[in-house]
Design a protein. Structure first.
Length: 371
């Protein structure tokens, strides 16, 4: 068989497979519509807002289970992550047939937070930018959107304190998490004079993440911190002596070119984002729990707080202290650990810690990041 005949046979086979895939996706979408109809019938004639309607169809624990199964069944040659992303988009499109999920994120458009929102909810979700983290919290609390996405910690620069502070006064719950590999790029516009760059815009965290690279390549350039990387990219138009540090999404959105790629100092630089909502999430089988604890100001307070976790063999993934707003030189502790609040072992620990603490607030139990 000639090369052209082999290629034709392979292409015919691909066409046949594509036909099967298309039919199966349509069948899945129709099944998802039936699920939605069953849920609608279960609600009867109760008046439900658009936001509540979308939220009733989207189940974080169910979606996490589907993505994990897709990865477990994967036989290659696509990576597990690529396979999960394909299923993520299929589920997003199926959900949007009834009512697209509305998601608030820390804007403007083109930020890493928007990238995290789309990674978690898929591109069929409606993502809405807001200029501040507390505004994202307010939109979710008001019911204007279903969920919010906010950054909480970076592997290089640590926690985002503003996000933690909002949890101290909000009744919202953590419904999920997203881990995003952060690649920083040096961007220029079509009027930039590459040999005369004297100013570099970016978010303060991104400037810090690229400190060594900037010291080596642009030691004399002024580093200007702005509200977001997307804002840095937006400022470049018309500035012939400026550049910006931002991600590829911002470069595409604002029509910029990449002068240098992956300039972050740490190659495994990543940021963790939290999904915030109004409802508790049932167990998915591989979960994480977050809480904030205020301890009495006494010797051994931190030991008394952590000892039950050690004794019951619960894996602590993060312990972070923040100044309390109720008194000078007192602190609260943000704690993440593996397990769900409904697990019997976790329930025992929470009850014991609550008895030792001045105050305990469960921020949520939610599926560990799949993507």
């Amino acid at each position: 068989m000639s090369e052209s005949d082999k290629l034709k046979a392979l292409r015919d086979r691909i066409d046949h497979i594509d036909d099967q895939i298309g039919k199966l996706i349509s069948e899945r979408a129709a099944c998802a519509q039936e699920v939605a109809e069953v849920k609608k019938a279960g609600k009867g004639k109760a008046v439900v807002s658009a936001a509540d309607s979308s939220q009733s169809f989207y189940r974080p624990e169910r979606e996490a289970q589907v993505l994990r199964k897709a990865m477990e069944r994967n036989q290659g040659p696509l990576s597990n992550e690529e396979m999960a992303r394909l299923f993520r988009e299929i589920m997003s499109a199926c959900l949007a047939l009834e009512q697209p999920i509305k998601v608030a994120f820390l804007g403007p458009e083109g930020t890493f937070t928007q990238q995290a929102a789309l990674k978690h909810f898929g591109h069929s979700a409606v993502s809405l930018p807001f200029p501040a983290i507390d505004e994202v919290f307010r939109e979710v609390e008001a019911g204007a959107v279903n969920y919010g996405v906010v950054p909480v910690e970076n592997s290089t620069e640590g926690v985002v304190n503003h996000t933690l502070d909002n949890f101290m006064t909000s009744n919202l719950k953590i419904c999920g998490e997203v881990e995003l590999r952060i690649h920083q790029n040096l961007l220029i516009s079509d009027v930039t004079n590459v040999g005369s760059i004297t100013r570099i815009y970016s978010h303060a965290q991104s400037l810090a993440q690229c400190r060594k690279w900037l010291d080596a390549h642009y030691p004399k350039a002024e580093r200007v911190a702005v509200s977001s990387n997307a804002e840095a990219a937006r400022r470049l138009k018309g500035e012939w002596n400026a550049a910006a540090i931002a991600g590829g999404m911002a470069a595409e959105l604002y029509g910029l070119s990449l002068l240098a790629e992956k300039i972050e100092d740490e190659p495994d630089n990543s940021t963790r984002f939290l999904i915030i909502g109004t409802e508790s999430v049932p167990p998915s089988g591989d979960d994480k729990t977050s809480l904030v604890v205020a301890m009495r100001n006494e010797p051994g307070a931190l030991h008394n707080l952590l000892e039950p976790f050690h004794r019951h063999n619960l894996d602590l993934t993060r312990v972070e202290s923040r100044p309390s707003r109720t008194g000078a030189w007192t602190y609260v502790f943000f704690i993440d650990f593996s397990g769900h609040a409904d697990d019997p072992q976790v329930s025992k620990v929470l009850k014991e810690v609550s008895g030792r603490a001045a105050d305990l607030k469960l921020l949520g139990s939610y599926p560990k990041a799949v993507l």
